[in-house]
Design a protein. Structure first.
Length: 88
């Protein structure tokens, strides 16, 4: 499972989201947290169709997107969404 944070350096909410994902990852030992900065990697942001930061994308082990949300989530919200990425 991959927890992706799409962020920007001028985004205060992105720092809060980074902390939330790190905390959620403590409960998801199989998860990898990846961060994409839209200023440093605009091609990746465009490919992902990012309109706002922060955006959180959760992918299952096959790489399929199972969840996407903008804004600062809570740890319980991330964990609830991550359940969709667990093998059946």
């Amino acid at each position: 499972m991959e927890l992706t944070l799409v962020s920007s350096s001028f985004c205060g909410a992105c720092a809060r989201t980074r902390t939330v994902l790190a905390e959620a990852a403590r409960f998801l030992p199989e998860a990898t947290v990846v961060e994409i900065d839209v200023a440093r990697n605009p091609d990746a942001a465009e490919k992902l169709d990012i309109a706002f930061t922060p955006t959180v994308i959760i992918r299952d082990d096959a790489g399929a997107e199972v969840f996407r949300a903008t804004g600062v989530p809570t740890v319980p919200q991330v964990l609830s969404a991550a359940v969709k990425a667990l093998p059946a």
